[in-house]
Design a protein around this ligand. Structure first.
Ligand code: COA
Length: 421
């Protein structure tokens, strides 16, 4: 295949997000305005928003979650840019990873010099069972959903196949959840923002205050094995293996590379972009890998001219804990069947050789599905510029990657970022 290159370089010069969580008093518009304001404040040399020429917004299902369609022009209006071409991008949970790619392509084509990309979702208006039904529309409603699949069910099938082939156990998945809650506890934007130890202590304190029997968990693993504290959602996926139901928004500013210095002291260059699709899960020959992620990763590495071993940090799509393990293999960080061992051995922790999801990931930071892809970009922006506060990685980050999956991998977008000074 011909080597794919952008015709013009693209740089990230600002990024911001709302908090992720449940915000009954806020509309999607409020959350997007929060994200936009934070993004604007992050542009080192200031941003006159009137320079933004086009807007791409990732949004999975505002129609079903909120009864509001046609969301991109609304977001443009609420940030004072009603006349700009504003396009909604829908690719399930990869909606804003793909919106990012659309923004990159629009600049690389030469059509625009400055593009705003964002993501929005407000899921908590609906009760859990209706959220589950809405998310299920990202599966194959002809073949999969009538057979009883839900999203926890899909990833449970992936986890079961993975365990059978490679010898991983439910404890391997629990280690991913533990690690991501450790990271999320250091992220002020995270939905949970607490370690599992802290959550255990809160429950013990609450039982004591109410005069109820005090739980006697020996440690975090005992808590995670407790069917009351951590119920099975779809075996082997338990509550703490699932990302939550979330509201949130994120925004990032892209400019043509030659303009980056007039906006930023430390621009982040986007040097690789890949996107691929796949059939629905029920038609796949192998459930232990996501082909679209492998393909999108290969495209991004090839465009960037780097190898998996060069990447210092990655935000990957851990909608369920098994998904993080599979992602680290699909992206070439570990060989097939080795990802669970890396998770168990702490290799993917903040102090490990291959830090994954320093933000807390979707598991702990939250997963407002259409916003998650740009949410990942916000973490990379902070880590690469040394602005990640308490969760800042010890070593400088010159190359980073984001991996954003839609559905069970019918879509995947992968991007690679470089800090040059
Ligand atoms: N991880 C850890 N704790 C969670 C949680 C999660 N994912 N989701 C909810 N909780 C906690 C709540 O904070 C609450 O704790 P509290 O009692 O101490 O206040 C408790 O569990 C009950 O919360 P509730 O909102 O009633 O949970 P629920 O049973 O309605 O929903 C899930 C739990 C797992 C079913 C829901 O989060 C879910 O569907 N997640 C997957 C979302 C998804 O599929 N996204 C797309 C992926 S591709």
């Amino acid at each position: 295949m011909r080597a794919k290159k952008l015709n013009r370089g693209v740089a990230l010069v600002g990024a911001g997000m709302s908090r992720f969580g449940a915000f009954p008093a806020d509309t999607t518009r409020d959350l997007f305005v929060q994200a936009f304001r934070e993004m604007r404040a992050s542009v080192d040399k200031g941003l006159d928003p009137r320079g933004i020429e086009a807007i791409y917004i990732g949004n999975y299902s505002s129609d079903l979650f909120e009864g509001q369609g046609h969301t991109a022009p609304l977001m443009a209006d609420w940030i004072g840019l009603a006349s700009r071409p504003a396009t909604r991008v829908e690719d399930a949970c990869a909606s804003s990873g793909v919106a990012l790619r659309q923004g990159i392509l629009a600049i690389a084509s030469g059509l625009y010099d400055m593009v705003l990309v964002g993501g929005i979702e407000k899921m908590t208006n609906l009760p859990t069972e209706r959220v589950t039904d809405t998310l299920a529309t990202a599966g194959d409603v002809l073949y999969e959903i009538p057979a009883g699949f839900t999203f926890p069910g899909f990833y449970a099938a992936i986890a079961t196949a993975y365990m059978a082939r490679y010898g991983a156990s439910p404890e391997s998945f629990m280690k991913v959840g533990l690690k991501n809650h450790e990271n999320g506890a250091l992220n002020p934007k995270a939905q949970f923002g607490a370690t599992i130890r802290t959550m255990m202590d809160r429950r013990i304190a609450s039982a004591k205050a109410k005069g109820r029997p005090m739980p006697t968990w020996e440690d975090e693993m005992a808590f995670l094995h407790d069917d009351n504290a951590n119920p099975v959602i779809a075996w082997p996926m338990r509550l703490f293996d699932c990302s939550p139901i979330s509201d949130g928004a994120a925004a990032a500013l892209l400019v043509a590379e030659d303009l980056a210095d007039s906006f930023s002291d430390v621009p982040i260059h986007i040097i690789g972009s890949g996107q691929a699709s796949d059939c629905a899960l029920h038609d796949r020959p192998d459930l232990t890998t996501i082909a679209s992620a492998r393909l999108a990763g290969e495209q991004a590495y090839q465009m960037a001219g780097v190898r998996p071993a060069d990447i210092k940090i990655a935000e990957v799509h851990d909608c369920f804990t098994i998904a993080e393990i599979v992602a680290t293999e699909d992206l070439g960080f570990f060989a097939p069947g080795e990802g669970w061992k890396a998770a168990e051995e702490g290799v993917t922790g903040r102090g490990g050789r291959r830090p994954i999801n320093s933000s807390g990931g979707l598991k702990s930071k939250g997963h407002p599905v259409g916003a998650s892809g740009i949410g990942q970009v916000v973490e990379i922006w902070h880590q690469m510029r040394g602005e990640a506060g308490e969760r800042q990685l010890p070593n400088s980050v010159d190359l980073a990657l984001t991996h954003n999956v839609g559905g069970t991998g019918q879509t995947c977008a992968v991007h690679i970022y470089e800090r040059r000074r």
